[in-house]
Design a protein around this ligand. Structure first.
Ligand code: 0O2
Length: 221
């Protein structure tokens, strides 16, 4: 019966999850290398912080129902692409695209999909750059491709999205219109803050590079 089938799938899922843990470990190592190397070359770190999670078997099953999928490992493997989720929070919008490019350029990473909610924000004001990647996980007797969802956003975008997520859950999806309007206004304020910080950062960088140029000229004379 369906309950037994569900229990069996749940147990299989728990075993199947370890592959995703390896995928997450691998991706975290890649991100830490990028972070350290970037710091070494450019003397600054574009990543403020990184958070990650592996979807619980329960919420994978919820998504299986929501998407009306077959209850099978193959269907889950193929259709649920955010079992491993990584969120990278950057200081500036330009850093978001730099980090995304560094990730996409890695040879063993296949870019499955890019959703740019920064250039095309959702109607509620949600902004983030989403990458769906596939990476190989090498095990003793086989190699498995694992999907990973990476969300890259600025501190201001992250601040807004965390609050919006909380409100959405609090109202169980039925958020009063007034609150929706205010949230969208708050998203605009977050955008303005991002633009202002980017502009200030560019100004500081220009001053720094002019100072470095002058030092070089001075050294050569
Ligand atoms: P959680 O708990 O964060 O994982 P999918 O349903 O993933 O197959 P979809 O809807 O096209 O396909 O995915 P999309 O648009 O890439 O969004 C997936 C994730 O982005 C969400 O995951 C959220 O984390 C985030 N997100 C998308 N839209 C919004 C939004 O309007 N507000 C906030 N705060 N976050 C958003 P989950 O699965 O919803 O939740």
């Amino acid at each position: 019966n369906q309950l037994q089938q569900l229990k069996q799938v749940r147990n299989e899922l728990t075993r199947f999850m370890i592959t995703y843990k390896f995928g997450l470990d691998e991706m975290n190592t890649k991100l830490n290398i990028l972070k350290e190397e970037f710091q070494h070359i450019h003397s600054y770190n574009p990543i403020e912080h990184i958070k990650s999670r592996i979807k619980s078997p329960e919420s994978i099953l919820k998504k299986v129902y929501r998407k009306n999928l077959d209850i099978s490992m193959d269907a889950i493997r193929e259709n649920i692409k955010d079992i491993v989720g990584i969120r990278i929070v950057c200081s500036f919008i330009s850093d978001i695209y730099k980090v995304s490019e560094m990730i996409q350029n890695q040879q063993d990473i296949t870019v499955v999909e890019v959703k740019d909610y920064i250039k095309h924000p959702k109607s509620n004001g949600y902004k983030s750059l989403h990458l769906i990647l596939s990476i190989p996980v090498f095990m003793s007797d086989r190699t498995e491709q694992v999907y990973i969802e990476i969300q890259i956003r600025s501190v201001a975008m992250d601040f807004w999205a965390s609050l919006e997520h909380k409100i959405y859950y609090k109202y169980n999806g039925e958020v009063p219109q007034q609150l929706i309007t205010e949230l969208t206004e708050a998203a605009n304020v977050a955008n303005k803050l991002d633009s202002k910080m980017e502009k200030l950062n560019n100004e500081v960088n220009n001053i720094k590079s002019k100072a470095a140029e002058n030092e070089d000229i001075h050294f050569l004379q």
